[in-house]
Each structure stands twice: as C-alpha cells, then as structure tokens.
Design a protein around this ligand. Structure first.
Ligand code: NAD
Length: 281
C-alpha cells in the first residue's frame, strides 16, 4: 500500500499529494509518470510525476477532479493509502541524457498550461540543479486556477504568467504571450517544451513551427496497462504509430497528429463525466 503523507489544495478541484513510494522516488526522472489504482477494483489512472524526493521516499502527484477515479482520489485524506503506484513509467525527458554544459548553451522555454504546470516543475528543477535556468510561461483560465507559481520562480530563469481573462499577468493565451516575448520583447529560444491540454500543445507547436523553434510536447493520452501491450495510448507521430506509454510521453510537437490524438482522448468523455457525477454524489 502507498500512503498519502501530504495533501494540499492548490486551486479549486486541484490537489497536490505526496505519496510514500520509496522505490519509485529513487528511480524517478523528470518527464516520467506513474499509474495509480485506488483499490484492487479501481481503474488505472496515469499521472505525470510532479516532484520526488529519493531520500525521504515520496513522490508528488497533482490531480484535478476530472472523472470518477480522480474525484475519488481527490476525496482521499492524509493517512489513507492507494493500492497501486506503478512506476516510474515512460521515458525521461530527452535532456536528462545530455551534458549540462551543452544544456547551458541552450535557451529553453517551457510552456505550462493549467494542471500541466505540475509536470513542468520537476523538469525546470532538474535543469536548475545543473545550472541551467529555463524560462517558463504559466497559462491558466484565471488567477484562481494558477498553480505552483512561487515554486516555479524558485527554480526558473524568468516566469511569465498568462490568464485567459487577464486577472493576472498577460491577458491572453500562452501562444499570444509567446509571440509577445519573441516579437515585442526580443526573447530568443532554441527549444520549447510544452505541457498542458492537448489543444494548447497543438497551437504551441503550430506557433513554434512558424518561428522554426524545436518543440517537445508531453502527451496525456488514454492509458490502460502502461507497458505497451494494450495500444490505448497510440498516437501518430511523423506518420508512424507510436505508443505514448513506452515510447513517450514526450514527442516532437511538429510531428504529432493532434487532431487524431484529441479524437482518441475524447472517446470516453460521456461515460467519464457520468461516473464523475456518481463519485461526487
Ligand atoms: P486550461 O484549459 O486552463 O488551459 C491552460 C492554458 O492553455 C490556457 O490558459 C491557455 O493559455 C492555453 N490554451 C488553451 N486552449 C488554447 C488554444 N486553443 N490555443 C493556445 N493556448 C491554449 O487547462 P486546465 O483546465 O488546467 O486543463 C488541464 C488539462 O491539462 C487537462 O486536459 C489535463 O488532462 C491536461 N494535463 C496534461 C498533462 C500532460 O502531461 N500533458 C499533465 C497534466 C494535465
């Protein structure tokens, strides 16, 4: 069993939890994910790792109440335990394999959208620990749904905020802010790493293509087994079928067929929202 050792409300319906999982904490790298099961009959929920501490033996997950299982997970308390916490799964971010010296020469911009800010944090932190200061755009619907801004500022170069309603930072989408940074403020980037809603990643990739900036995206597809067996997470990248769980979750954003990925992601939306209502009743 995997104990919830800390629970914190980050924003309405968004919770941070530290889970006691020493083995996962020891081997986790930025970019990887876990598959959680609340009890032995529970569905398998993939969640990107948001932080980890190998010495203290915990792993952080950030969950938004989206469906049945995430609503049930968010209702759990400190001291409760999860039946399964399988991981770390997927490939670590590409930069983990690179020499810090080479990384220090690269100007990296992260684009974090909503809850996608959580998996961006360990990547920026990992780079910071090796002397690489990356800039970060954090986008959210409004100031109340912004998460992890202070933690991000502690490890990033510059942090830029964008809200859809203008209640904090730049008024507009992350793509509008990206254009503003490049066109008006004269910022230059060699690489963009975008994590957030699929629609955001699609439009970030479309924008960076115009500027000729290499772009990595982290795909949050449907997943079942997480070991490349079931095929639920398949996506088309560069015309080839790829399995997000074992070959991803990060891919070249300019090569991903986002329209197909979004269609597949929405396959169970009706069932999901019906079950989510059941969990809240
Ligand atoms: P959100 O809907 O508030 O969107 C965040 C930001 O994305 C917006 O502020 C906006 O700037 C940008 N955005 C949205 N639509 C856009 C468009 N058409 N063009 C350009 N930019 C656009 O985010 P949310 O409500 O927190 O949604 C969370 C989503 O993130 C969920 O779908 C969740 O599954 C996903 N998620 C993904 C990962 C991952 O690994 N990719 C991890 C956690 C969460």
């Amino acid at each position: 069993m995997y104990k919830i050792v800390k629970k914190e409300l980050l924003a309405p319906n968004i919770y941070l939890m530290n889970i006691e999982a020493p083995r996962v904490a020891r081997s986790a790298r930025p970019g990887q994910f876990v598959i959680v099961r609340l009890d032995e009959h529970g569905e398998r929920v993939p969640l990107t790792i948001s932080d980890y501490d190998a010495e203290q033996g915990w792993v952080t997950i950030v969950t938004q109440t989206v469906g049945y299982s995430t609503s049930k997970l968010c209702a759990m308390s400190e001291g409760d335990s999860l039946a399964d916490f399988a991981g770390p799964l997927g490939c670590p971010s590409e930069f983990v394999h690179e020499e810090p010296e080479a990384l220090r020469r690269r100007r990296i911009l992260f684009v974090a959208g909503g809850v996608g800010t959580a998996p961006v944090y360990p990547q920026v932190k990992w780079l910071s620990e090796r002397g690489v200061k990356a800039d970060v755009i954090i986008g959210a619907k409004n100031k109340d749904t912004l998460i992890l801004t202070d933690k991000m500022r502690a490890v990033a170069g510059e942090v830029f905020i964008a809200t859809d309603d203008g209640s904090a930072g730049f008024h507009g989408m992350v793509t509008d802010l990206m254009r503003d940074l490049i066109d008006r403020q004269g910022k230059r980037y060699d690489e963009v790493i975008a994590i957030g809603p699929m629609i955001m990643m699609k439009f970030v990739a479309r924008t960076t293509k115009e500027y000729g900036i290499r772009t990595i995206v982290s795909l949050n597809t449907l997943m079942v087994d997480g070991t490349g067996m079931c095929g639920a997470c398949r996506v088309t990248v560069g015309g080839r079928t790829r399995f997000t769980c074992v070959e991803g979750p990060e891919f070249d954003g300019h090569e991903v067929d986002f329209d197909e990925a979004m269609r597949r992601q929405g396959m169970y939306k009706t069932i999901e929202s019906r079950k989510a209502r059941m969990a809240q009743e």
